[in-house]
Design a protein around this ligand. Structure first.
Ligand SMILES: *Cc1c(COP(=O)(O)O)cnc(C)c1O
Length: 340
C-alpha cells in the first residue's frame, strides 16, 4: 500500500468524477461558449455572492491575474512572509505586474489588521505605493491554520479606509469553512477577489477559480488569454470542478479529522520536537535536534509512506481524498514503530 501525504494535489479523479467528465457538454471557452465552464463559473460566483468567475488552469494563474488586475507597475502587495503568492509563484508579481512586495512575518501564516496597517507605506516619490493586500486561507506554510471572519473583517475595514484592494488566496478555503461553518457569501463580501483551488483536497485533476465583480473578471479574462490560459473545450475539466463542489466539500471534514489524529500521535513521539497546531488537513512538525527531514522521509518511504520536507528539520503531511481511514491507521502504526 502506498500512502501519499506529499500534497493534496496528488488526488486522482474518482470513477464518479471521471463519469461526470466524460458526459460533459463542451464548446470553445475562448469564445465563452463552453456550457460546462459557464455553469461552473456561474455557480462559483453565486456561491460567494459575486457577479462573475473565471476558470483557470492553476491557482498560481488565478493569484497572478488578481495581482495584475489590482495593481499597476510601482505598486506594492502586502502579504504574510510565507504566502504562496510571494514564495512559490516564481516571483510572478514582479514579472507580470512590475509590482513590489512587502512580506510581513505573521503567526501561523496569519496577519492582524495592526500588522497590515504598519506595512502600509506613506506616499512619497521614492516608495512603492501600497495597493493590494493578499490573505491566504488556509495558510500553507502556517501549517493549515485559518482565519475566521472576525479576524478578516478588521482587515477589510482597514483596506477600505486606505483604498487598498483585498485578495483572498483561498486555495484551501473550504478546509476552513467546514470547521467554522462560516458562509461562502460572507467571505465573498469581505474580498475584492477570491481564488479557489479545485485541484487540491476537492479532488479535481486540474483547475482553479477566480471570483469577483463583472468588471474585474472581464479584465482577468484578457490577462488569462495573454498568459496563454485561454483554453478551448475546458468543459471536461470544469465538469470535474462542478462534481467536486457538489460532492467533495463536506468530506473535507474527514481529512481535517484524520490530520488531527496523526498530529496527536506525532506530538507524543520522543523524536518529534514540535507539531504546529493542526487545524485543517495539513500537519507541519519539527524533528528533534539529532534528526533531519531527509532521514525521516527515507524511513517513511521504506514503509510506503511519501511526505514532503518543509525545512531542514521540518516535515509536512497533507491529508486528502485518496488517503483512506485504513491508510491513516497504517501511518500511525508505522510512526509509532519507528526507531529514530
Ligand atoms: C497550491 C496553492 C496555490 C496554487 O497552486 P497551483 O499549483 O498553481 O494550482 C496557491 N496558494 C496556495 C496557498 C496553495 O497551497
Amino acid at each position: 500500500m502506498q500512502i501519499n501525504l506529499i500534497s493534496d494535489t496528488v488526488t486522482r479523479p474518482t470513477p464518479a468524477m471521471l463519469e461526470a467528465m466524460m458526459r460533459a457538454e463542451v464548446g470553445d471557452d475562448v469564445f465563452g461558449q463552453d456550457p460546462t465552464v459557464n455553469r461552473l463559473q456561474a455557480r462559483a460566483a453565486a456561491m460567494f455572492g459575486k457577479e462573475a468567475a473565471l476558470f483557470c488552469p492553476s491557482g498560481t494563474m488565478t493569484n497572478q491575474i488578481a495581482v495584475k488586475v489590482h495593481t499597476r507597475p510601482l505598486d506594492e502587495v502586502v502579504c504574510e512572509e510565507g504566502a504562496h503568492v510571494y514564495r512559490y509563484e516564481t516571483g510572478g508579481y514582479a514579472f507580470h505586474s512590475g509590482a513590489a512586495i512587502q512580506p510581513v512575518p505573521g503567526r501561523w501564516g496569519k496577519l492582524t489588521a495592526e500588522q497590515v496597517a504598519a506595512a502600509i507605506k506613506p506616499q512619497h516619490d521614492w516608495l512603492p505605493r501600497t495597493r493590494l493586500v493578499v490573505l491566504e486561507n488556509t495558510t500553507n506554510t502556517g501549517g493549515g491554520s485559518y482565519y475566521t471572519l472576525d479576524e478578516v473583517r478588521p482587515i477589510r475595514a482597514l483596506c477600505r479606509r486606505h483604498g487598498l484592494r483585498l485578495h483572498l488566496d483561498g486555495a484551501r478555503l473550504f478546509n476552513a469553512l467546514v470547521e467554522t461553518g462560516e458562509r461562502t457569501e460572507d467571505w465573498g463580501a469581505c474580498f475584492d477577489s477570491i481564488s479557489i483551488c479545485l485541484s487540491k483536497g476537492l479532488g479535481a485533476p486540474v483547475g482553479s477559480l477566480l471570483i469577483g465583480d463583472a468588471d474585474f473578471i472581464a479584465e482577468a479574462r484578457r490577462f488569462r488569454k495573454v498568459m496563454g490560459g485561454g483554453w478551448r473545450q475546458a468543459g471536461y475539466l470544469a465538469a470535474a470542478g462542478l462534481y467536486a463542489l457538489e460532492h467533495h466539500v463536506d468530506r473535507l471534514r474527514e481529512d481535517n479529522a484524520r490530520a488531527r489524529r496523526i498530529g496527536k500521535v506525532l506530538a507524543g513521539l520522543p523524536w518529534v520536537k514540535e507539531v504546529r497546531p493542526v487545524r485543517t488537513n495539513i500537519i507541519v512538525f519539527d524533528l528533534a535536534d539529532h534528526l533531519t527531514a531527509d532521514m525521516l522521509l527515507a524511513k517513511l518511504e521504506a514503509h510506503g509512506i511519501l511526505a514532503a520536507p518543509f525545512g531542514p528539520q521540518t516535515v509536512r503531511f497533507v491529508l486528502h481524498l485518496d488517503v483512506t481511514e485504513e491508510m491513516v491507521d497504517r501511518t500511525i502504526v508505522v510512526l509509532q514503530g519507528l526507531k529514530m
